[in-house]
Design a protein around this ligand. Structure first.
Ligand code: GCU
Length: 712
């Protein structure tokens, strides 16, 4: 086998702004260009998979060696130019690639051609994936393009990471100590620091690139101003240099009131200068952004959590989210940067139902007529970044009513890969089926005349085809940590993998994604694939059943968000208490959001509003999001609601027992270390799932007064 990569070092855009070096003892290597990264992946991947050395050819001339794998773009590689017509590559989108077998006389080659260098890298990973999953390489003729432009990660470096390398493997109770990148100030005895690059930065970069991630916001949304200081920017620039060959661009979370911070003195603003509509505020952000861009030429822009959970925002200065987002967007537009403005807001003054608040704050801004005759106030370089559901990453939520409703604004969907509410790093929960359900939910969105749109699934809204948006984004709150396996639980890797695949193409089948991952991670034997795929595919629905079945919201203990706390009512905000969501009483369980209750349903398009608003038509798995369900309400199974509820808790836990036994059956087929690590996690998982069942059923029984008719 020979790998042909011409001009891998040619790319002038890799202007390293720092002198990077690898930490002593590293096994990874810094790359100088994307094509060099592609070459290295092929050499490493093919060498490992075929178990023989791979020759690299830089100047092949006309006679390519038989069996050669040719990688590049038409610009970089004369061989690609000869083998792939320009028109074929023009048909694939940005980041797209062509994988093709070419026969010339008695010789056969495989060409991996990108529209861009990054496309060639993605094609390389796709090619390796075919080999790893035992697909045929004969007569290849594939053209692939992503459906979404920005496939971005948000990295909450100081919380909700369950992938740390400490003893518990959680990185601390709230997952605060597992950060993958390390910006700690240098000093005697301090840990190694950028521009010294650690292996794990590049391992993470390779993992991200292998599934097509284009960018990462590297710090928590509850942002710390240090990330905007010159000292940090220098380190961020070094990190950006190290990640750039993998097509991964940096962004930062910012604190809206950063201009007031004396750390930036003498460049600070007074409260009076904080009007987002005025030059003082905008120029401050232009100056900071330019300072970053000088060091990080391909910097993406800012992620903003404003007026949410105590974070400052425009409302503190008398302005709304539209003014705030636009003030920042105006500041950075000349630099070509973007603002990802989060819509995770729930100010209690807006409405007594937390789930209605975001749309009430944002919807009218999207509907506002503009002086130039257009509609919608948000600027073009603003993304409104909205969590998939209206609450907060619960294991099952209805889709957020804003999807489709904000037709004049670029909408990014935010999914949570890190398993804050889905078992953290103890429970095996494969999230791709949940994301598939979300992307494939019909919004029944209509046009201005009230006609149903042709393309109106959440995925169409997100990929821009529903409402004709060209700038599109899927954002995932990532689960990478400093644990050896990157994610804490071996099976959490599957969620990062699936996120990347679904961000690239939301129409994919989650079972196919699971099968690919299992083949690449655990083995290609029929038994391994069948057993593990079936464990994974039911794992999310099982978790929903033993944690929050039939659409009951947030029932977690305060702060930690792992175990059950259905009776909790002591927290300072009403809408943080599980009792607010369960509304348990002698009549039944669940929050009435129908027209007789809070009327959240009215925020959906008419078909969904009617469906969700009626207890006779609401899908049972969302029932308690929208209704206070009487204990003896008849369910489709023939059981009454109480019995159905109990049945869900029990069957969820039984499924976990089934996963544990299924895993045990694979002992001879999995390496001893990983087998034991997963086995130990499954044992904890089963215990903790039973705790959810017993705590919740016991508590509900106090209100229902009914018997538990379910075998343990
Ligand atoms: C959740 C999470 C917080 C996070 C917040 C957010 O509430 O528990 O840690 O900051 O979401 O998305 O902003």
């Amino acid at each position: 086998t020979a790998v042909v990569v011409e001009n891998a070092g040619r790319n002038k855009s890799y202007r390293h702004t720092r002198d990077l070096s690898m930490a002593p003892g590293s096994t990874e290597r810094l790359m100088a260009s994307t094509l060099e990264a592609a070459r290295e992946e092929l050499v490493r991947g093919l060498g490992g998979l075929l178990d023989r050395p791979v020759r690299v050819v830089h100047r092949p001339g006309r006679a390519l060696p038989d069996g050669a794998v040719v990688v590049g773009t038409r610009e970089s590689s004369p061989a690609v130019r000869r083998l792939v017509p320009a028109g074929d590559l023009e048909r694939v989108g940005r980041d797209g690639y062509v994988l093709r077998s070419v026969v010339q006389g008695r010789r056969t080659f495989t060409v991996i051609a990108g529209r861009t260098d990054v496309g060639a890298l993605y094609g390389t990973f796709a090619f390796l994936r075919r080999i790893q999953t035992h697909r045929s390489l004969a007569d290849l003729d594939l053209a692939e393009s992503p459906k979404v432009v920005n496939r971005h990660l948000n990295y909450w470096d100081t919380e909700r990471l369950y992938a740390g390398n400490d003893e518990s493997g959680t990185g601390g109770l709230n997952g605060e100590n597992g950060a993958i990148f390390n910006f700690a100030a240098t000093g005697a005895g301090a840990p190694l620091n950028l521009p010294v690059v650690l292996d794990r930065y590049l391992v993470a970069a390779r993992a991200m690139a292998s599934v097509g991630i284009t960018g990462i916001t590297i710090n928590n949304v509850n942002a710390d101003n240090s990330y905007l200081t010159d000292e940090y920017i220098a380190q961020e620039a070094a990190l950006a240099d190290a990640l750039r060959p993998y097509g991964i661009r940096l962004a930062l979370s910012i604190r809206y009131a950063a201009p007031l911070d004396s750390r930036f003195a003498p460049d600070t603003l007074t409260e009076e200068q904080m009007a987002p509509t005025d030059a003082d505020f905008q120029d401050w952000w232009t100056r900071r952004a330019r300072r970053i861009q000088e060091s990080i030429p391909d910097f993406v822009g800012f992620t903003v959590k404003a007026n949410s959970e105590g974070q400052p925002g425009p409302q503190d200065f008398g302005y709304d989210h539209g003014d705030g987002a636009n003030g920042m967007a105006t500041a950075v537009a000349p630099l070509g940067l973007k603002i990802y403005w989060r819509t995770f807001v729930y100010n209690p003054d807006v409405d007594s139902d937390r789930l209605k608040r975001a749309y009430l704050e944002f919807g009218h801004i999207d509907d506002e007529p503009q002086p130039d005759g257009s509609t919608g106030r948000f600027r073009d370089n603003v993304f409104l970044q909205t969590k998939n559901g209206p609450l907060d990453f619960q294991a099952r939520e209805p889709v957020h009513p804003m999807f489709g409703r904000m037709e004049n604004t670029n909408q990014a969907i935010e999914l949570q890969i890190t398993q804050e509410y889905t078992g953290q790093n103890r429970m095996l929960c494969f999230l791709a089926p949940m994301w598939e359900e979300i992307f494939k939910t019909d919004t029944y969105a209509t046009d201005e005349q009230g006609q149903l749109l042709d393309k109106r699934l959440v995925g169409h809204v997100v990929d821009g085809t529903a409402q004709d948006h060209s700038d599109t984004a899927v954002v995932g709150v990532a689960n990478l940590g400093n644990a050896d396996n990157l994610t804490g639980h071996h099976f959490s890797q599957a969620n990062l993998y699936a996120f990347g695949r679904q961000a690239w193409d939301w129409t994919l089948d989650s079972g196919d994604i699971a099968a690919d991952w299992v083949r690449m991670t655990w083995g290609n034997s029929r038994e391994v694939v069948d057993v593990i795929v079936s464990m994974m595919m039911g794992s999310w629905e099982a978790l929903v059943s033993y944690q929050t079945p039939l659409g009951i919201g947030h029932q977690f203990t305060a702060g930690v968000h792992y175990g059950p706390g259905p009776s909790e009512s002591h927290l300072p905000r009403e809408d943080w208490n599980p009792v607010y969501y369960n509304q348990a009483d002698s009549v039944g369980l669940g929050y009435d959001r129908s027209p007789t209750g809070s009327d959240l349903t009215a925020q959906y398009f008419p078909v969904l509003a009617a469906r969700y608003g009626d207890i006779g038509t609401v899908p049972e798995n969302l029932m308690m999001w929208f209704h206070h369900v009487p204990w003896d309400h008849p369910m489709s199974s023939g059981r009454i609601f109480w019995d159905e509820l109990v049945h869900h808790y029990y069957s969820g836990v039984r499924y976990v027992g089934g996963m544990r036994r299924a895993w045990d059956s694979l002992e001879s087929r999995i390496d001893a270390r990983r087998f034991a690590e997963v086995k130990a996690k499954l044992a904890l998982h089963e215990t903790d799932a039973a705790d959810w069942r017993d705590t919740c059923v016991g508590y509900w029984q106090r209100f229902s007064g009914r018997d538990i008719r379910e075998p343990g």
